[in-house]
Each structure stands twice: as structure tokens, then as C-alpha cells.
Design a protein around this ligand. Structure first.
Ligand code: FAD
Length: 361
């Protein structure tokens, strides 16, 4: 049964449905897909006109690929252009070293798939649209909650055609960082001090460059290069609040910094000829009150993120350690079996979830 309808009243459109999801990122789109698949009328509202945004990730982890299998989409999903990384390698103080080996994971896919997040979202939304109970409204920005007797009964959104009012039994906020839903609902958020920011930029790629995405660690600093076909998406980790200082030192110095990590970029760093090409991403780690089930896995992952931010990527290493591999990485190099531990943490995470929701008959 389709339980949503749409009417036009006084220039503003009104929609009634069972569930409205604010935000068409991975969380909102997957929730929308699963509800529609179970026969629940659901409307996903996304403020942008497409999914093509740069501040998005590229890695689809084995745990997510397992979920794609559980909903029957894995084979088709893997027909999308992607790279399969079975072993994670990093360049640490100039030495290439293995960090995680995914080949022994107890999952169908023993690799991380590298695919731009917009391809993942386009794939999922195209499949969700096959369900008659699914609606996706692009260019629909939620600006407020609708309440009645202190109860949330829907949302108010603006669209290029005017205002849209959506009433629903359930409102889900999946609108990412700076969430409107969270603010309007007055939900508290725990903030953790994070000592890093990331500079995010594109650098062109050549055929004789390294074959896959890479992380370069050096003197406690980090440059990540994500392979996006004809260009590298580069993330350069800097101590929090130091972007202005870096700008003052000038573009030439910044280009040199990049080359000192990845020498093969020497003939191209000049592409970064204007600060507008280098975007500052302010890194935050925070969480809302989540259900007991997801709380400890979230704590563990965030604790590990903060540990890495503080110990590894903020430039705090002594001089004698500048050229040697850290002890933990030496252990991983000597004993391949140990690489299965980081692989489990990165690839599956603590308490991986499974899909047990029903499929509508
Ligand atoms: C630079 C960067 C690199 C990353 N790399 C990786 C990676 O490689 N692998 C990985 O797994 N994760 C990565 N991540 C993390 C990953 O992107 C996030 O965990 C994930 O996107 C969170 O999904 P989400 O659906 O909760 O939120 P988001 O992806 O932020 O989605 C929220 C959506 O809500 C929409 N929205 C916001 N406000 C409104 C509104 N008022 N009305 C309607 N719509 C609204 C937004 O447009 C957006 O589409 C990376 C993150 C960043 C910033």
C-alpha cells in the first residue's frame, strides 16, 4: 500500500507520508532504501540538486559491501567503476610499509572498494526509486520542524518551486554536520577537541604515477592521495588553526611541502596556483545521544580517531625517529599475520551491523 499523497494549497505544497528523512547522504539514503524496501512510504529530502560534492569520502569498507550483499545489490554494485584494495600500504618516513591486510576478513569482499561517494549515492538512489513507496526530493532544503502539542509532526522545506510542508509519523534527521534538525530539535551534542584540520585539493594524475590511493606519513605529518581516475584528491593534515600561518608562508612553500611527501607531484604542484583551489576542512568529532547498541562501537572508533589525530598526524615526533618506522609499523612489517588486526578494525569496525529488515512481498 502506498501511504503518501501530495496536495497543493495556498501556493505551498503539502505532502503526507509515513517517514520523512532529512538529508540524502549515505545515512539518509540507506535508511530510505531499507524503509521503502520494507514497504514503508518514505520521502528523502536533499538540499542539493545532485550528489557531486567534493567533501565526500571514497572508501567503501568490507562491512558496507557485506550490507550491499545482504540487500541483494552487491554484484550489480561492483559493476560500477571502482578499485579494490586488498592490502593497505603507507609510505612512512620514505619507506613503503604494509599496514592492513584484508584478505582474511570473514566477509564476502576481502577488500576496500574505492569509489567516489556520489557514485555510491547515485547507485543507491536509482535502486530505491524502483520501490513505489520511495520518493526523493532534490533541491529541497529543510528549514524547520513542524510541531503540534510539543510533538514533532513533520518538516518545512524550501524548494525552487516554493515551500513544501511534509507531515510524517516519523522524522529522521540525517543532515550531517551542522544539522538543522538537531538544532531545531534542541538535541545536545558532545564535542571532542580535535587537534587537526585538513586541506583538501585536486592535483592531476599521470599514467606512470603509483597505481592506487596512498597515504604518506613523514615527521608525524600526513598526506593522503585518493585516486579519482584522471586526478588525485589530496588531503593534507595540518595542526588545527594553522591555515592562516601556512598562507602567510606563501604558495611556493606550500607546494614544496607537498613535493617533500610525494616527489612524483613535482611537475604538477604548480597547478595549486591560488588559495581558492585549497579548501579548509575543519575536522570535528562529536556524537549525539545514540541508542545503546551503537554507543560503544562509536566510542571505540572515535577514541581511535582522536588517538591517531593526537599521536600520529600532528607533527609530534622526535628527531631521531624522523627516518625510522614506528615500532608498531615495524611489527606489522615483520609479522604479516598482525596486519589482520588493523584490517578488521578498518574493514569491519567493532560490532558490524547486518540488515534484518523485511522485504515487502
Ligand atoms: C573530506 C572527507 C573525506 C572522507 N572520506 C571518507 C572515506 O573515504 N570513507 C568513508 O567511509 N567516509 C569518509 N568520510 C566520512 C563520510 O563522508 C561521512 O561519514 C558520511 O558522509 C556521513 O554520512 P551522513 O549521511 O551522515 O552525512 P552527510 O554525508 O553529510 O550527508 C548529509 C546530507 O544532508 C544534506 N543536508 C544537509 N542539511 C540539509 C537540510 N537542511 N535539508 C536537506 N538536506 C540537507 C546534505 O546536502 C548531505 O547530502 C569523509 C568525510 C570527509 C569530510
Amino acid at each position: 500500500m502506498i501511504e503518501s499523497n501530495c496536495v497543493q494549497m495556498n501556493g505551498s505544497e503539502k505532502l503526507q507520508t509515513r517517514c520523512v528523512i532529512v538529508g540524502g547522504g549515505p545515512a539518509g539514503m540507506m535508511a530510505g532504501y531499507l524503509l521503502a524496501r520494507a514497504g514503508v512510504a518514505v520521502a528523502v529530502l536533499e538540499k542539493h540538486s545532485d550528489f557531486n560534492r567534493d567533501f565526500r569520502g571514497d572508501t567503501i569498507h568490507p562491512s558496507t559491501l557485506e550490507l550491499m550483499h545482504e540487500i541483494g545489490l552487491l554484484d550489480e554494485f561492483l559493476k560500477q567503476p571502482h578499485q579494490e584494495v586488498r592490502e593497505l600500504r603507507a609510505v612512512v618516513n620514505g619507506q613503503a610499509t604494509p599496514v592492513a591486510d584484508f584478505r582474511k576478513l570473514p566477509t564476502r569482499c576481502k577488500f576496500i572498494a574505492f569509489m567516489p561517494q556520489w557514485d555510491f549515492l547515485n547507485f543507491l538512489s536509482n535502486h530505491a526509486k524502483c520501490f513505489p513507496t520511495f520518493q526523493l526530493h532534490m533541491e529541497t532544503e529543510v528549514v524547520d520542524l513542524l510541531t503540534e502539542d510539543s510533538r514533532v509532526i513533520g518538516v518545512r522545506a524550501k524548494t525552487p518551486q516554493g515551500e513544501l510542508e511534509v507531515r510524517a509519523d516519523l522524522v529522521v534527521g540525517a543532515d550531517g554536520r551542522h544539522s538543522t534538525i538537531q538544532t531545531r530539535a534542541g538535541l545536545d551534542q558532545l564535542e571532542f577537541g580535535v587537534p587537526i584540520d585538513v586541506l583538501w585539493m585536486r592535483i592531476s594524475k599521470k599514467h606512470d604515477d603509483p597505481a592506487q590511493s596512498l597515504g604518506f606519513f613523514q615527521q608525524g605529518k600526513l598526506l593522503v592521495l585518493l585516486d579519482r581516475g584522471d586526478y588525485w584528491q589530496a588531503g593534507f593534515v595540518i595542526p588545527k588553526g594553522q591555515f592562516d600561518e601556512i598562507k602567510e608562508r606563501g604558495l611556493a612553500q606550500f607546494q614544496n611541502d607537498i613535493v617533500s611527501f610525494a616527489g612524483f607531484l613535482r611537475d604538477r604542484v604548480a597547478e595549486l596556483d591560488d588559495w581558492s583551489k585549497i579548501k579548509l576542512l575543519t575536522v570535528q568529532v562529536n556524537r549525539r545521544k545514540v541508542q545503546a547498541r551503537r554507543e560503544w562501537p562509536t566510542r571505540l572508533i572515535q577514541g581511535m580517531q582522536i588517538f591517531i589525530h593526537r599521536r600520529i598526524v600532528t607533527g609530534r615526533t622526535s628527531d631521531e625517529k624522523k627516518t625510522s618506522l614506528p615500532f608498531v609499523l615495524r611489527l606489522l612489517k615483520w609479522f604479516p599475520i598482525l596486519r589482520q588486526l588493523p584490517a578488521r578494525f578498518i574493514g569491519l569496525g567493532p560490532r558490524p551491523e547486518h540488515i534484518r529488515s523485511p522485504t515487502a512481498a
